[in-house]
Design a protein around this ligand. Structure first.
Ligand SMILES: [Mn+2]
Length: 279
């Protein structure tokens, strides 16, 4: 079942890409089931957003289904995500999977946009150089991105968990904030850059989004996210993802429904009605 409001277009303005992979999860896996669960949950959401006064059906958005990542090593997974995103015209929107999938998308877009900046919403800093010997892990993803782009091109919002060393390393990022607000200095630093937005669902408070592998108290609110989207809609977003929803940890299905709603709002904020629509 494709995501809400998507269709088949020759030149889509945005393309959803499922990345069902959770082999680098460190505590509770299950995010490999998220793409299917979020598509299913999207049936409970309307295509029209009363907040943005915009409708998904006015936009040319395709759902390309899931990548085949079964049995992949983390390196092979990153390469498959990279290759698919590199081959995608239109805004790539990756549905994880665990957070390690983000690096594949960022690697592809950094080739296309040498001045790429990355904004991550995440409870966790993910700045470890390695996790129990693993170079590619959902716990090292921002470190890998920062190594690739430079820390001054990376910002993390909603952050409230990390080792002492990770917090020390975070000081060199463009921004690190516990709230969902992009601090003014980071707004300026990101103003002229193409931006990739990565949304780890655990940035939200666990009372809102309990269905994730590593829930962490004192998270951001949905209202904070909506305000951030308003700010980011004025920037140039060239790719985005939503990761770390774990359906087995989400018996009521509410986290998948929130994820579908967040994706609708992201698509409506980042894809413009003037963008190509070819049947
Ligand atoms: Mn996280």
């Amino acid at each position: 079942m494709p995501f809400l409001g998507t269709g088949v277009y020759k030149n889509p303005a945005a393309v959803l890409i499922g990345a069902p992979y959770d082999a680098t999860s460190t505590y509770r896996a299950g995010s490999a089931h998220a793409p299917a669960s979020i598509r299913w949950a999207s049936e409970s959401v309307e295509t029209f957003s009363p907040f943005q006064q915009r409708d998904l059906t006015d936009l040319a958005i395709s759902d390309s289904g899931d990548l085949d990542l079964a049995g992949c090593s983390p390196e092979a997974m990153v390469e498959r995500v990279r290759a698919r995103v590199a081959a995608t015209s239109g805004l790539p929107v990756v549905i994880g999977g665990d957070h390690a999938v983000t690096f594949g998308a960022v690697a592809a877009l950094a080739e296309r946009h040498p001045d790429l900046g990355v904004i991550v919403l995440d409870a966790h800093l993910d700045l470890l150089d390695e996790y129990e010997g693993a170079h590619w892990s959902h716990a090292t993803v921002l470190r890998r991105i920062s190594d690739r782009l430079g820390p001054e091109r990376c910002a993390v919002l909603g952050a409230r968990s990390g080792t002492r060393d990770e917090w020390a390393a975070a000081a060199s990022l463009a921004a690190v904030a516990r709230t969902g607000d992009l601090p003014p200095a980071a707004r300026a630093a990101m103003r002229d850059r193409p931006i990739y937005l990565s949304v780890d669902i655990d940035a939200f408070d666990p009372s809102i989004a309990p269905g994730t592998g590593n829930p962490e108290p004192l998270g951001i609110s949905i209202g904070e996210f909506a305000s951030l989207l308003g700010v980011l809609a004025e920037h140039r977003i060239v790719g985005c993802d939503l990761v770390e929803v774990s359906p087995p940890c989400d018996p009521s299905g509410r986290t998948s429904i929130l994820a579908a709603w967040l994706l609708r709002e992201m698509l409506l904020a980042f894809v413009h009605p003037g963008d190509t629509r070819t049947e």
